[in-house]
Design a protein around this ligand. Structure first.
Ligand code: HEM
Ligand code: HEM
Length: 264
């Protein structure tokens, strides 16, 4: 009965408002924080291709727990992706509450933001727009990673980027996630006053500088990484070897030594 009254009037019989919105905000921040930090790791791991194909192969096998299972188990990566996908969906569901849902709402927010001329309010628009774009772009990527974890590797990933036409999607997703993630982490720090210190105004200036530096760093790293996969994928296609898996140098050496009778 009390739920019914609150449902109609927006207040309980004791004239209290629900605490649920505050809890939902908390869930949004926690999932945003997780995803924001996860993406730093993600970008570093994926960029291992810039060091060498062997290095990227080693990282991939590490996530497949090849130190426990001989040759690695891609299902472990699928399980990790499933977990990240669930966090992503929960975060997106919480984010939906903040998006303007009709033109009138959009007009009110826009007029308010324009009249204030406040940079942080403008940042919010970028977050809403990039968040919306990721509903589609992020879901495509996560689903493919979850169901094709066994293809992750220097050649498998490069073939996907080039021959399976993922590069246009990755360009958009990279832009969306980098702006969204760093703005989000900045907003989190400001919202919860994590680094306020004795002079919050000076701290905010510093945080803005870090935000800018991090955005540039991850965008440059991300585009360099994408270019590397595109180049490898292009060459792999020219060589007519799309679909072929990468064999690490150590394995080639071992096979060579065995075949030439150097190792019994
Ligand atoms: C479908 C995908 C997504 C949607 C719809 C979405 C939506 C949103 C929205 C609307 C906000 C602003 C919340 C507010 O103003 O209080 C937000 C915050 C945030 N998002 Fe996302 N987001 C998505 C994916 C991601 C991803 C992949 C990351 C990881 C980089 C991320 C990281 C963050 C962070 C760190 C915050 C700040 C949390 C806060 O202000 O409480 N989001 N998200
Ligand atoms: C556990 C979850 C994830 C795994 C295992 C994963 C794995 C990968 C892999 C292996 C690549 C290389 C290209 C390929 O094989 O197709 C890649 C690229 C990429 N991923 Fe993910 N990913 C995950 C989650 C995410 C999320 C949540 C986002 C953003 C919403 C994202 C954004 C990107 C982008 C933008 C690229 C392009 C690479 C670049 O430009 O540096 N990934 N990912």
């Amino acid at each position: 009965m009390s739920d019914l009254i609150e449902g109609y009037l927006g207040k309980t019989v004791e004239r209290k408002k629900s605490r649920v919105p505050a809890k939902l905000d908390y869930i949004q921040s926690a999932t945003g924080l997780f995803l924001g930090l996860f993406m730093w790791g993600h970008m570093l791991f994926v960029s291992s291709i810039l060091v060498s194909k062997d290095f990227m192969y080693t990282i991939t096998k590490f996530f497949e727990a090849s130190f426990i299972f001989d040759g690695g188990e891609p299902i472990i990566v699928s399980a990790i992706v499933l977990f990240v996908f669930i966090v992503f969906i929960v975060h997106a569901a919480m984010g939906m509450r903040k998006l303007p849902s009709n033109f009138k709402q959009y007009q009110v927010i826009k007029a308010h933001a324009d009249s204030m001329g406040h940079e942080d309010t403008k940042l919010w628009f970028i977050q809403a727009f990039t968040g919306f774009a990721m509903f589609f772009l992020g879901s495509v990527h996560l689903y493919i990673m979850m169901t094709n974890a066994d293809t992750i590797g220097p050649y498998g990933s490069a073939d996907r980027v080039w021959s399976a036409w993922m590069w246009p999607l990755y360009i958009l997703l990279l832009l969306a996630v980098e702006f969204h993630g760093t703005i989000g982490l900045y907003r989190l720090a400001v919202k919860w006053g994590w680094f306020d210190g004795s002079d919050p105004k000076a701290t905010r200036k510093k945080l803005k500088m870090y935000k800018k530096a991090l955005t540039w760093f991850f965008l440059i790293l991300g585009f360099a990484t994408l270019a590397a996969y595109m180049k490898i994928g292009y060459e792999h296609k020219q060589a007519g070897k799309v679909g072929e898996r990468y064999t690490p140098t150590a394995q080639i050496m071992m096979d060579y030594n065995i075949n030439s009778g150097r190792v019994a």
